[in-house]
Design a protein around this ligand. Structure first.
Ligand code: PLP
Length: 462
C-alpha cells in the first residue's frame, strides 16, 4: 500500500484472516467483577473484559508471516538458528553490535542495572518507568528525572515532550559529580509522559553532552518506531526519511539498549539487552545465564525469537506506523472533540485521560485515576489502567507516596487488534463516565504490595 506521509486518511495495511470472539457482560456482572478485583483492573479476568485497553504489551496481533516463523522454531538449547536470525535483524535495524536475549524488558533492565549501577549512584532519565526505576533502586541507585518541565503539564502542546532538559543534567553533575552517574537512561516515546517523543536534535545534543562527560547513553527502545514516526511527521529535515532510517539513526546515537519486544515488535513475549561495548557484553553473558538462560536464548523459545525477528521488520514499515498512530489519534481526537480532557499532544501508543481534571472532587491521596479506571470498566467492560500516584509508588527511604504531577488513566491500543468501530464504542463509554463523574468515589488501599503496587494492590471505595 502506498501511504504518503502527508495523507490525512489512512487504512490498515493488512486484512483480517482470523478473529477472536468477544464476550458481552451485563452491568451487574461488571459491578461484581470490579469489586472482586479490589477496584484494580489488573486483577480482572480477561474473559470479563469486552475491549481490553489495559496495555499494548504482548497483546498485538501477529502477522501470518510471524505465525509461519513460529513453525520454524529451532528449539535447540544452544545456538538456535532463530537466535542468529534475530541477532542479525537487531544489528541491521537497530545498529547494536551485541545482543543478549531476555524473557522480556525487565530481564534486560535487571542485568543492565546489576552491571552498571553501584550503590550510591544516580541515574538520570527522561521520566521514570516503573520496572526500570525499580531495578535501578534494587542495584543501589537513585533515579533523577531530567525530562523537560512541559512533560509534566498535560496541556502543553510541545511536540517533543520526551526531550531532556540539559540544565537538570548539569545540575546533577554539579551536585553529585560525574563519577556517580553511570549512564543517562533515555526512553524513546516516553510511556509515563503519555507516549511522547524525544527529538533527534535533543538526542544529538545528549550525545555531545555525554561524550564531554564520558557518560554512557542507555536507550529504553521499547517504542522506538513510534518515536521515529513522530520525528518524521514533526521534526524539520526528516519528512523524506523512512521510519526504518530514523529508527537506525536514533539507536546509533546511543551505546546500549533495553528492549521489551512485547510492544513495538509485536510479539507476545521477549526482550533483549544490546550494546556495542565488548566487555559490557561479556559481563552481560555472565549474568544472563544466572537469571534468564543461555546467552543464545535468554528465556525465549526459538519460535519466539523467529517471530520477533520478523516483527521488527514489520514494525518499521511506514504504512504500519501510520495506521498504528493514526488509530490512537482517531480515538484521541474524538474524545477531545467531545470535551474530554486528555494529555496533549496525543501520544504514540495510548490516549491518556487527565483524571485530575475529570475528577476534581477526589484528592490525589484517594487515587482518582484508579477510581476512574474502575468506573470505565463498570460502564461498558472497557479495561484501562492507572498511571498516577498508584503507579508512582512510594519513596523507598521516606515511605511517602510519590505524588506525580500527572494523574492519568491510560487507554492503550494493542497493535493491529481493534477496529475503528471499537474506538467509537470506547468514545461513547468514556463520555458517559465523564458525564457522571461527580458520582465516582475515591479509593483507599486494603492491600498494598511492597513492589510495583499497581499490579496487585487492592482497594475499597472511600
Ligand atoms: C513495558 C516497558 C518496560 C518493561 O518491559 P517488560 O517487557 O514489561 O518487562 C520497560 N520500559 C518501558 C518504557 C516499557 O513500556
Amino acid at each position: 500500500m502506498n501511504t504518503r506521509k502527508t495523507d490525512t486518511v489512512w487504512a490498515e495495511p493488512y486484512k483480517i484472516k482470523m478473529v477472536e470472539l468477544l464476550k458481552v457482560t451485563t452491568l451487574e456482572d461488571r459491578k461484581r467483577a470490579i469489586k472482586g478485583a479490589g477496584y484494580n483492573t489488573f486483577l480482572l479476568k480477561s474473559e470479563d473484559v469486552y475491549i481490553d485497553l489495559l496495555t499494548d504489551s504482548g497483546v498485538g496481533a501477529m502477522s501470518d508471516r510471524q505465525w509461519a516463523g513460529m513453525m520454524m522454531g529451532d528449539e535447540a538449547y544452544a545456538g538456535s538458528a532463530n537466535f542468529y536470525h534475530m541477532e542479525k535483524t537487531i544489528q541491521d535495524y537497530y545498529s547494536y553490535k551485541h545482543i543478549v536475549p531476555t524473557h522480556q524488558g525487565r530481564g534486560a533492565e535487571n542485568i543492565l542495572s546489576q552491571i552498571l549501577v553501584k550503590d550510591g549512584d544516580y541515574v538520570p532519565g527522561n521520566m521514570y518507568f516503573t520496572t526500570t526505576r525499580l531495578h535501578q533502586e534494587l542495584a543501589g541507585g537513585t533515579f533523577i528525572d531530567v525530562i523537560i518541565d512541559e512533560a509534566h503539564d498535560p496541556a502543553s502542546q510541545h511536540p517533543f515532550k520526551g526531550n531532556i532538559d540539559f540544565a537538570k543534567l548539569d545540575k546533577l553533575v554539579a551536585d553529585v559529580g560525574v563519577e556517580k552517574i553511570p549512564y543517562v537512561c533515555v526512553a524513546t516515546c516516553v510511556n509515563m509522559a503519555g507516549g511522547q517523543p524525544i527529538s533527534m536534535a535533543n538526542l544529538k545534543e545528549l550525545r555531545v553532552w555525554c561524550d564531554k562527560h564520558k557518560i554512557r547513553i542507555v536507550h529504553d527502545m521499547t517504542r522506538v518506531a513510534e518515536n521515529a514516526y513522530f520525528i518524521q511527521q514533526r521534526e524539520e529535515g526528516y519528512s523524506d526519511k523512512s521510519i526504518a532510517e530514523i529508527v537506525y539513526q536514533l539507536c546509533e546515537l546511543t551505546d546500549a539498549a533495553t528492549m521489551s519486544s512485547k510492544k513495538d515488535a509485536m510479539v507476545n513475549t521477549g526482550g533483549f539487552l544490546a550494546m556495542n561495548d565488548e566487555s559490557f557484553y561479556e559481563k552481560a553473558c555472565n549474568l544472563v545465564v544466572v537469571y534468564e538462560g543461555l546467552h543464545t536464548y535468554g528465556g525465549m523459545a526459538g519460535r519466539d525469537m523467529e517471530a520477533l525477528a520478523i516483527g521488527i521488520t514489520e514494525s518499521v514499515q511506514d504504512a504500519h506506523m501510520h495506521a498504528r498512530v493514526g488509530q490512537v489519534e482517531y480515538l484521541g481526537n474524538k474524545l477531545r472533540a467531545r470535551g474530554v480532557t486528555i494529555v496533549e499532544p496525543i501520544g504514540g501508543h495510548a490516549v491518556f485521560l487527565d483524571a485530575r481534571a475529570i475528577l476534581p472532587h477526589i484528592p490525589q491521596e484517594q487515587y482518582p485515576a484508579q477510581a476512574l479506571a474502575a468506573a470505565l470498566y463498570v460502564d461498558a467492560g472497557i479495561r484501562v489502567m492507572e498511571r498516577g500516584v498508584v503507579s508512582a509508588g512510594r519513596n523507598s527511604e521516606t515511605g511517602e507516596n510519590h505524588m506525580p504531577k500527572l494523574e492519568l488513566v491510560r487507554l492503550t491500543l494493542p497493535r493491529r487488534v481493534y477496529t475503528q468501530a471499537h474506538m467509537d464504542v470506547v468514545v461513547e463509554s468514556v463520555c458517559r463516565v465523564v458525564e457522571q463523574a461527580a458520582s465516582i468515589k475515591g479509593l483507599n488501599f486494603t492491600y498494598e504490595p511492597e513492589y510495583l503496587r499497581f499490579f496487585r494492590g487492592r482497594f475499597e471505595e472511600v
